[in-house]
Write a protein that binds this ligand. Structure first.
Ligand code: HEM
Ligand code: MG
Length: 234
């Protein structure tokens, strides 16, 4: 059917965002991953994930436009531009300075995969611990690590994304199996029992989840870049 999962072809554009890659693999976004406008991406997120076009997504989409010289669209690979949205200490990709900040990396993902031992779900506490651990790991291996409040904010949002879209925005609980398939295969785990959230993820519920993650996150800026900055163009 129209939204069957299909692996990308060699010429399809994919990038550092497992969420948008998944939407392209299911045909909610153009399968070629190119010519993505703001309405196209906001509609795809709503259709695929029942995630309303809240301000935060609108801003994310607008920042996406800064990653390319095109005037009103981006490709999924454009989003890899280091310093606009793409940042260090990701959950499933390596740092830009360490080589490949685009493709899924099982070694990097081990930290999240193995978190919350003894139970079959991830939650707010485990998500915050994973963020902390990824940073600790990166401080050892990446002398150019950028870790300002901007990167922290984006990383909190991304933890909120997998907990809400693969799990439940209100409880912040997401089955491990769903989250792992989402990251590793960039596929909606429909056969495994995942369903598009019945209740829309909206501004209120997502903001609440983000503050709960923030509350249990311990964090301090580090490295030579102290002021938050946003890269404005390629
Ligand atoms: C990461 C872009 C919406 C899930 C990223 C990254 C970019 C990006 C550039 C790479 C950051 C990094 O890790 O260095 C966007 C844009 C969006 C969008 C432009 C729409 C406006 C979504 C949605 C989801 C999602 C709706 C829902 C599942 C994620 C996750 C990560 C991520 C979980 C973290 C990946 C990691 O740390 O390895 N996104 N994204 N994104 N995105 Fe998206
Ligand atoms: Mg990154």
């Amino acid at each position: 059917s129209a939204h069957q999962w299909q692996a990308p072809s060699a010429t399809d554009s994919r990038g550092p965002c497992p969420g948008l890659n998944t939407l392209a693999n299911h045909g909610f976004l153009p399968r070629n991953g190119s010519n993505i406008t703001i309405p196209v991406v906001l509609n795809a997120i709503n259709d695929g994930f029942n995630f309303q076009p809240i301000n935060l997504l609108r801003i994310g989409a607008k920042l996406g436009l800064l990653t390319t010289d095109a005037e009103d669209s981006f490709s999924l690979n454009d989003l890899a531009l280091h310093g606009t949205l793409e940042h260090d200490a990701s959950l499933s990709r390596n740092d830009y300075a360490l080589g490949d900040n685009v493709h899924f990396n099982e070694t990097v993902f081990t930290t999240l995969a193995n978190s919350n031992p003894g139970v079959d779900y991830y939650n707010i506490t485990s998500a915050a611990q994973v963020m902390e651990q990824r940073l600790t790991e990166d401080k050892i291996v990446n002398p150019t690590l950028i870790n300002t409040v901007k990167e922290l904010s984006v990383r909190i949002v991304e933890s909120g994304f997998y907990l809400s879209v693969m799990g439940n925005v209100t409880t912040g609980v997401a089955p491990k199996n769903f989250v792992q398939i989402f990251f590793r295969e960039e596929r909606l785990p429909l056969e495994e029992g995942w369903e598009r959230p019945e209740v829309p993820i909206d501004q209120d519920s997502f903001d609440t989840l983000l503050s709960e993650i923030t509350n249990v996150t311990t964090w301090a800026p580090s490295g030579e870049v102290i002021c938050p900055w946003i890269r404005l163009q390629p």
